[in-house]
Design a protein around this ligand. Structure first.
Ligand SMILES: Nc1ncnc2c1ncn2[C@@H]1O[C@H](COP(=O)(O)OP(=O)(O)OP(=O)(O)O)[C@@H](O)[C@H]1O
Ligand SMILES: [Mg+2]
Length: 405
């Protein structure tokens, strides 16, 4: 059977307890690593209004020392504004920002142990790499011998010793990016803010530089808040991700958790791709839930915080679905209880072969569209699915997330 579930990951049980729980944004945002006592950075109910527009609204978040935290959200959701308030370039309309327990809202940017690296990292074109890195240290009046030691350390860190005498235009995009990082770290900030740090790089270089950047940040041990609209970048680099929409933070979690157990439709849809089925809770047992909907009866093999009659959305990731010509066999299902549930039928409307995977758009008989991805792990397949084919699409009850908002 060639179209077996490839790339299937069963959801670890620790995550199931979170599934389907309606999470209040702020309580979720405050959930931080249980190991640390006082969070290094505390953002408390911060609001920033530009005229009548709330660029940032009731934003609460704790960040631990040494974390790489990524703020992810679509254009205009307030990411840069939040970062600019942390750096001191904008003053919050209300709310508190504490760094190591100290309120920093009243401090000027240069009084904060914080450095911000902007998207256009603006290296001085007429200065060498060495002088670019030394620039801020000289301006602060650091003695020459100390500057020399610090710059050499930074060159070592970003592995650009051999390039010290070059000007920025003689470097690749990735190398320029590393100079900018070295310059940001030269003054040994306690908090490093990165606004779209790799925005200027092409896709391949971006991926490589993401990992280099993480290594450097970990070596230095600096706490880092980065802003990006690229979810892959956030997932590659960050220990935790906060998803923002319209100035508010909707969910804060580790990359795998935010992908596997999004807490609302916006997050489910924003991170990766998802099939959302409308439904109504019919059976609400402690260990399973049955949800009726126009596409099919849904069997969810874990409990949710809900009540019969409640309107919900059932979210299923495309890679967790199986697509095949024939109806699923009973022995292929996760449990006997699921037989007759979580199966839809339709015809393949579009198919895209992407090399590592194939995506299918299946028009269901009830009219809605389902997206299924199949990982092309085997070089050859014996069964070929083609546009127009009638197919069954089915999934496990443990791969379902029930969303109440
Ligand atoms: N100085 C300003 N004056 C007025 N409005 C502003 C100002 N700066 C930002 N805004 C508004 O605040 C909102 C948030 O802007 P912000 O730059 O923080 O978004 P962003 O999430 O960084 O977006 P992008 O991904 O496009 O960089 C937008 O509606 C923007 O127009
Ligand atoms: Mg921005």
């Amino acid at each position: 059977m060639p179209y077996l579930k490839c790339g299937f990951v069963s959801v670890p049980s620790r995550k199931l307890s979170l599934q389907g729980k309606p999470v209040v944004p702020n309580s979720d945002a405050q959930h931080a690593s249980p190991t640390a006592a006082t969070p290094f950075l505390q953002i408390q109910q911060v609001v920033k209004k530009f005229d009548d527009v709330f660029a940032v609204n009731e934003f609460t978040l704790d960040i631990q020392k040494g974390e790489i935290f990524a703020l992810l959200g679509s254009s205009g959701c307030g990411k840069s504004t939040l970062l600019r308030m942390l750096a001191g370039f904008e003053v919050p309309t209300s709310g508190k920002i504490l760094l190591a327990g100290q309120d920093i809202v009243g401090l000027a940017p240069y009084e904060r142990p914080i450095n911000m690296m902007f998207q256009s990292y603006a290296l001085f074109p007429h200065l060498t790499v060495w002088d670019n890195i030394a620039f801020g240290l000289r301006r602060d009046g650091m003695p020459k011998p100390e500057i020399a030691i610090r710059v050499e350390q930074m060159l070592d860190l970003v592995q650009l010793k051999a390039y010290a005498k070059r000007k920025p235009h003689q470097l690749s995009g990735g190398q320029q990016q590393r100079v900018a990082l070295a310059r940001s770290l030269a003054k040994r900030p306690k908090l490093l803010l990165l606004d779209e740090p790799l925005g200027a790089l092409d896709a391949k270089l971006r991926q490589q530089t993401q990992l280099e950047l993480v290594d450097i940040i970990h070596q230095v041990g600096v706490t880092c808040v980065m802003v990006t609209h690229d979810q892959e970048e956030a997932m590659t680099m960050a220990t935790r991700i906060g998803v923002m929409s319209e100035g508010r933070i909707l969910q804060v979690a580790a990359p795998d958790e935010i992908y596997e157990t999004p807490n609302c439709r916006f997050v489910a849809d924003f991170i990766g791709s998802v099939n959302l089925f409308k439904g109504t809770v019919e059976v609400d047992a402690p260990d399973h839930v049955v949800i009726g909907g126009p596409e099919c009866q849904h069997y969810v093999s874990h409990g949710i915080t809900g009540t019969p009659g409640m309107a919900v959305h059932v979210a299923v990731r495309p890679e967790k679905m199986v697509i095949q010509h024939t109806a699923p066999l009973e022995e292929d299902r996760e449990s006997a209880a699921e037989v007759g549930f979580n199966v839809v039928q339709g015809a393949i409307e579009h198919l895209a072969y992407l090399g590592n995977l194939t995506t299918y758009h299946v028009r269901l008989d009830v009219g809605s569209l389902v997206k299924v991805t199949h990982t092309n792990a085997a070089r050859h397949t014996t069964t070929v699915l083609s546009v127009g084919d009638r197919v069954f699409v089915w999934w496990f009850g443990s791969d379902v997330v029930v969303l109440t908002r």
